[in-house]
Write a protein that binds this ligand. Structure first.
Ligand SMILES: C[S@@+](CC[C@H](N)C(=O)[O-])C[C@H]1O[C@@H](n2cnc3c(N)ncnc32)[C@H](O)[C@@H]1O
Length: 201
């Protein structure tokens, strides 16, 4: 299947929620926002299959591929076609999520594409709704401007507490023992990665 490289999230087409909700049944839930092929979630599911791993993704073709693979391999991974800044609240009840990952969020690092960036106060509000008190938000990117944007967004929101101290990056690396496709690529090509860890207040 050919999958588009990028879609423009500002298109009206993405405004209405048309995804399929995951089977929320009391298992602890981990969410990756912008999951693409969900490599990260499939690897998490292989480490701990007792949880449910939900990927939110604006490219619908990816969600079809992910759900097909999850079904074939019997893994608790579920991708939902949606626009994360608008639809997290449509998918999860307040406090229903244990952990949120924002891994290498987007290709929109040029100034003129600023409006298309994924991490903004609207996304922070959606995540704050979904995360349980004490729940974790882990952010990582190889693009400095996007790292600064994310820190400015989450540190300015009192619902998130920076685990490394205010306005500080997380220096202990990725603590989950699994890597997203983009993370693997960045590490193998020697790119710097900036990470930030928050707890929901
Ligand atoms: C650079 S890729 C990274 C994929 C994966 N997280 C990784 O680390 O390999 C960013 C992903 O976020 C998705 N995305 C961008 N904006 C989004 C939005 N508003 N809602 C949901 N997904 C979005 C893109 O389609 C793309 O698949």
């Amino acid at each position: 299947m050919r999958i588009r490289m990028h879609v423009n999230p500002t298109q009206l087409h993405f405004t209405r929620f048309r995804g399929e909700r995951p089977p929320l049944d009391g298992r602890l839930v981990e969410v990756e926002i912008g999951c693409a092929d969900a490599q990260f979630l499939f690897e998490r599911a292989a480490v701990d299959s007792s949880r449910l791993y939900v990927g939110l993704e604006i490219r619908e073709d990816f969600t079809l591929l992910v759900n097909k693979r999850a079904k074939r391999d019997g893994l608790p991974v579920h991708a939902v076609f949606c626009h994360a800044q608008l639809h997290v609240k449509e998918v999860f009840a307040a406090g229903g999520v244990e952990r949120v990952y924002v891994n290498f969020p987007d290709p929109w690092f040029k100034r003129r594409h600023h409006v298309r960036r994924m991490v903004d106060p609207a996304l922070a509000d959606q995540i704050a709704h979904a995360l349980r008190p004490g729940g974790e938000l882990f952010f990582q990117t190889d693009v400095w401007a996007i790292a600064l944007d994310a820190m400015a967004t989450f540190d300015a929101d009192e619902r998130f507490v920076n685990a490394s101290g205010e306005w500080s990056f997380w220096k202990q690396g990725n603590p989950y023992g699994v890597r997203s496709w983009r993370e693997q690529n960045a590490e193998e090509t020697g790119l710097a990665i900036w990470r930030i860890m928050y707890r929901r207040a």
